[in-house]
Design a protein around this ligand. Sequence first.
Ligand code: HEM
Length: 416
Amino acid sequence: MAKHKYTGIMGWIEDRLPIFSLLDNAVGTGYHTPKNLNYWWNFGSLAGFALVIQIITGIILAMYYNPSAAGAFESIEHIMRDVNYGWLMRYVHSNGGSLFFLVVFIHVFRGLYYGSFKAPRELLWMLGLVILLLMMMTAFTGYVLPWGQMSFWAATVITEFFSAIPGVGTDVVEWLRGSFAVDNATLNRFYSFHYLFPFLIVGIVIVHIWALHVHGSGNPKGINVKKGTSDTIPFHPFYTVKDLFGMGVFIVIFAVLVFYYPNLMSHPDNYIPANPGVTPPHIVPEWYFLPFYAILRAVTWEHLIPNAKLWGVIAMAGSIMILFVIPWIDKSKVRSMTFRPLSRIFFWIMVADVFLLGVVGAMPVDGIWIYLGQFGTAYYFLHFTVILYLLGKYEKTRPLPKSISEPVIRSEPVIQ
Ligand code: HEM
């Protein structure tokens, strides 16, 4: 039998299925982690936590939900009013979706700031982006399920955009909707996908963590650390405790939202049953889609560009696709912005630009908002192409410490 530290029933299982050593190497004492991880490194575990909450509450909601155009809206009201703790499950699920995006966005921006996407973690980064795309598809299909006015019109507007694809556009739209218009067939397939995608996300998260463990976590200094040196500490108990603390804070914020402001993130129009005959004055997506929605609508020069709608769709898809190749655009060997003073400034300008796009996304395509949307979109692409490339090539970076402990040890008197 193989040598290991487990005895009794655990030893018996370990001999046949080395699951305890696997867990120990993943999140236990066997996983050597840089000792300087700050709170921005909490957001990966928080994302996993949010995903589990979504799946559990989603499965419970599915027990009472009726995926038909005639019954969906009423079944949600039934959940809210009649089902024991149905209101809680629904509010946790709807607000949980928002918080999941918030957590993942912070996780992504952490990656951009600390250069987590750089070699050797490019594939880890790309798997993350696939997760993000799947999350978007899950959120979009989920938003349609309550079959309120916003649900219906969001589904109509977004599927309609695919009509811009030359030649096959109309066919694609009908194929997506399963019908000539958004109706019962659309709701059915969206429900099916909404149930499926989270499990695909779970699968990719497992591969994401697997890829993470190949080279280990990065760290705020962005330098390579060697396992088992004074630069690392075991994941357990140090980071299990820190991650649990983060989850505690997350639960408090979550509870405030669910119990005091449960409809803060939702749109009042979605409490009106879907009506194909009445278009709401402003069709707005959920907040986490706003920057992308602004990019989609930025290309409005229908009189100048043939098929402007198609370019809007391409720009929106491109805003995520460009992130897949940034490990090869930003070629700087220095990962962390701590040692890249100029990049740091441009990082925050980019963050401000994304916020601007978020605001534009919530506004009607009118007046100054048209130009701000076009400016924001142009700058977004400029940042992730030209600016990142030039900074990677020409920026004068600050010297890197040799190890995480070096700057600390160096300041101490040398004892001989
Ligand atoms: C369901 C969504 C996700 C889950 C559950 C998840 C989970 C995790 C976990 C547990 C870690 C290790 C802890 C940490 O570094 O925070 C991690 C690291 C990482 N994740 Fe994610 N992740 C998700 C989405 C994403 C997305 C959307 C991206 C990027 C587009 C991404 C990119 C990364 C990178 C680059 C690292 C390594 C960071 C480093 O060590 O420097 N992840 N992820």
